[in-house]
Write a new protein. Structure first.
Length: 421
């Protein structure tokens, strides 16, 4: 009998052997890549558990299909299902143009308070990449998902709201840096201590649980000292306060050097002194984007704010083959709510062609299975995708960039992954 996944009193998910999981096929290429992906999920679960575990898939509506059938882009029943069943998965959704809801994805994240956008970036051998050594890229990004630009506080130049705010800033707050007030639009960037801490806490706990070497706080605090600079400072303070004995911060290292009168140490000396703990460090966002190209092996878990995380996620994904194979999740670790999703768009011109790469949804499903604790099935799928790409049996996106590859349809790619589980 199928049952709901629930959050236990001890703060851990309780996943039955036959959980109900809502899914949204998505718009454009969504139905094609979902049909391929769900066959992979079911085959891996069957192979891993011999029929003792099985997902009951519950279709819910959002996006264009929902609008056509119900007149709503995000029906209340869909949002309620995502709340009730905790874990869900979705394909890409269209953002309505010219009014209505600002973004269906943002609406889901805000309504469920999915404060972590989780983006693992890992290279699969054989994947076409612009990098010389893409295998050095292996990072997990924790992007803050509810504040910063996602707060959506903006006023267009010339509106009464913009004029009122500009007048307040210039006359009441004595702000003198607005050069052209008559033509200036205004955006406000809210960053809270609570929002920053819960994101950074999740990143550090992830690094500890997975025995990863470091967490890097990526920020632009050299310019935005009270928002992004505060994010960095709150992160260091939280690490030392809540994870004493499990982590070692760069600030602790600097204090140790100062107290001992030691000269500037090299990287090996730092790691030796830390003794195997998770290293907490920080990087200014523009420099990090450079270092991610020059020395990606120096970074493991990244904790960052919303806009930085948007740029970093896609830039790193490009290094390992593009967002076509980049998985993603939006998670609230306190309530257990999690939405796993394709990170690319709907590509409507390729809808119903059975040609696009389903790997983003497939690998998002891997993340979902890991989150559920079904790691054996997750590992089978990861290995199956890796072998399929290594064999150069790929969809059109990779086929065009490979030599001596075999071109597959979306459904045929799923067949190969299942064969290679």
């Amino acid at each position: 009998m199928a049952e709901k996944i629930i959050m236990g009193k001890e703060g851990k998910l309780q996943v039955p052997n036959n959980p109900i999981i809502p899914f949204i096929e998505g718009d454009g290429i969504g139905p094609d890549i979902w049909k391929a992906s769900v066959r992979v999920f079911d085959a891996a679960i069957k192979k891993a558990y011999g029929g003792s575990k099985e997902i009951e898939w519950l279709k819910v509506l959002a996006g264009e299909e929902a609008f056509i059938k119900t007149g709503e882009w995000m029906p209340l029943a869909t949002m309620q299902a995502f709340k009730d069943y905790l874990i869900s998965i979705k394909g890409p959704l269209t953002t309505p143009v010219g009014g209505g809801i600002r973004s269906l994805n943002v609406a889901l994240r805000q309504e469920l308070d999915l404060y972590v956008c989780l983006r693992p970036i890992k290279y699969f051998e054989g994947t076409p990449s612009p990098m010389w050594q893409p295998e050095k890229v292996n990072m997990t990004i924790f992007r803050e998902n509810t504040e910063d630009i996602y707060a959506g506080i903006e006023f267009m130049t010339g509106t009464p709201e913009a004029k009122k705010l500009l007048t307040f800033l210039m006359k009441e707050m004595d702000v003198k840096k607005i050069r052209f007030p008559e033509t200036t639009s205004i955006g406000i960037k809210p960053i809270s201590k609570e929002g920053s801490e819960r994101l950074i806490r999740a990143a550090i706990q992830f690094a500890i649980n997975h025995k990863l070497p470091s967490v890097t706080l990526v920020h632009k605090g050299n310019i935005m000292k009270y928002t992004e600079g505060a994010f960095k400072n709150w992160g260091y303070e939280l690490a030392e306060r809540e994870f004493a004995g499990e982590v070692y911060t760069w600030q602790q290292w600097e204090r140790t050097k100062k107290e001992s009168g030691e000269a500037v140490a090299n990287e090996e000396m730092k790691i030796s002194a830390i003794g195997g703990k998770v290293i907490i460090k920080d990087a200014i966002a523009d420099n990090f984007l450079q270092q991610a190209l020059l020395a990606p092996q120096d970074y493991s878990v990244i904790a960052t704010l919303n806009l930085n995380g948007d740029y970093i996620s896609d830039a790193l994904a490009a290094q390992v083959g593009g967002i076509g194979i980049a998985p993603g999740a939006n998670i609230n670790y306190k309530t257990g709510h999690a939405v796993f999703e394709a990170t690319h768009g709907t590509a409507p011109r390729f809808a119903n062609t059975n040609t696009m790469n389903p790997s983003s949804v497939i690998l998002s499903g891997v993340m979902m299975l890991e989150y559920m604790g079904w790691r054996d099935a997750a590992e089978l799928i990861t290995n199956g995708v890796a072998k399929t790409i290594r064999n150069k049996t790929v969809t059109i996106d990779f086929y065009n960039l490979m030599k001596a590859a075999t071109l597959l349809k979306t459904s045929e790619f799923a067949d190969e992954v299942i064969k290679n589980l």
